[in-house]
Design a protein around this ligand. Structure first.
Ligand code: ZN
Length: 341
């Protein structure tokens, strides 16, 4: 397919038809969990809008397509938490949790200017779920009445945005792909079938995440180590749990918040698997290489115990996002690992 995207066929079809028929919206919102390929879809959309062949598809070979791919086309402007961090002071960057008004102002600075060399000016904003209220309000006017040659694309990991923003965009909500489609894409890129099956399961249908894991074998090894560390917490009692909590709290305070959220997500995926096995439907488990460990956990605990801990892991992440004390949140979690009474 011309867009060179795995999955999301309905979204691609909708976008290309709307470009071809001139019915494309002036503002889009691409949302869905991280690692689905939303960034790539936004990039392809920018290419399709500016491709020198102008037939609704990006050719990926013309000068405009290539410059957009490389991130140096003058009519495509991208902002994100990453560009915000790169523009600011290093010590501030790690503490930033929101897209600030200054970032939005800079991003949409010369929005009223005509395209320099392409057909449309495309403004892509990643991490839109992190817009501060002030920053969100600053873009309302642009969203409402952008100049006719401008397309705005907001990319967000959730739809937790101001309703006034969402209502001004054509929203495309992306979903994880079927596991077999991820397996096929990985095998096509040279993965052996066993690795492909494992990464497809781990990624939960998030193709972007699966491809990233495929390209970074050290990430696979690291994930194995993390699972081993979590199993040690399950096996070795309270002191190991508290040690784990202490390490994570230290990471969190030193600016590695996302690492800690990734730990919580991994841990939650483990216990969700235990829940599936305990409930007698192991087909959907994510940790397909750890069946024996999952079964052992499932036998040791009751469904309500398992379910309660899955919920508690989600709650811990929410407390952290709400700026609760990381030591308290993580220690409390470690003290409630099932089977520790
Ligand atoms: Zn092209």
């Amino acid at each position: 397919m011309a867009w060179n995207i795995t999955g999301h066929e309905w979204a691609v079809e909708q976008l290309r038809i709307s470009i071809r028929s001139g019915a494309d919206a002036h503002a889009y919102l691409f949302s869905g969990p991280p690692g689905l390929g939303k960034r790539l879809l936004a990039l392809r959309m920018a290419q399709a809008l500016n491709c020198e062949h102008g037939n609704g598809d990006p050719c990926l070979t013309c000068r405009a397509c290539r410059r957009i791919e490389r991130g140096n086309h003058p009519d495509v402007r991208v902002a994100s938490m990453e560009t915000q961090a790169a523009a600011g002071k290093a010590e501030e960057a790690t503490r930033q949790k929101e897209l600030k008004i200054a970032t939005i102002r800079e991003w949409q600075r010369d929005v009223s200017l005509r395209p320099y060399e392409g057909q449309r000016r495309v403004f892509i904003l990643h991490d839109a779920e992190r817009l501060s209220e002030e920053a969100a309000n600053a873009m309302l006017k642009t969203l409402e009445e952008p100049p006719p040659y401008v397309t705005l694309i907001l990319v967000a990991d959730s739809t937790d945005l101001l309703p006034t923003i969402v209502s001004r965009c054509r929203a495309l909500r992306l979903r994880p792909l079927p596991r077999r489609q991820v397996v096929r894409a990985l095998v096509d890129r040279g993965a052996d079938p066993q690795t492909a099956a494992l990464l497809a399961a781990w990624s939960g249908g998030r193709i972007g995440q699966a491809l990233q894991l495929l390209e970074t074998p050290e990430a696979i090894a690291r994930r194995d180590e993390q699972i081993a560390a979590l199993l040690a917490v399950h096996e070795q009692g309270r002191s190991e749990g508290l040690r784990w909590a202490e390490l994570r709290a230290r990471e969190y305070r030193s600016g590695e918040q996302e690492t800690v959220f990734a730990w919580l997500e991994l841990w939650q995926s483990w216990w969700r698997d235990v829940l599936l096995v305990a409930a007698g439907s192991p087909e959907g488990v994510m940790h397909i290489d750890r069946q024996a460990d999952l079964e052992r956990s499932a036998q040791r605990h009751t469904l309500p115990q398992i379910y309660a801990f899955v919920a508690q892991l989600g709650q811990a992440a929410r407390y952290l996002r709400d700026n609760a004390n990381p030591n308290l949140v993580l220690e409390n979690l470690a003290l409630h690992v099932p089977g520790r009474e």
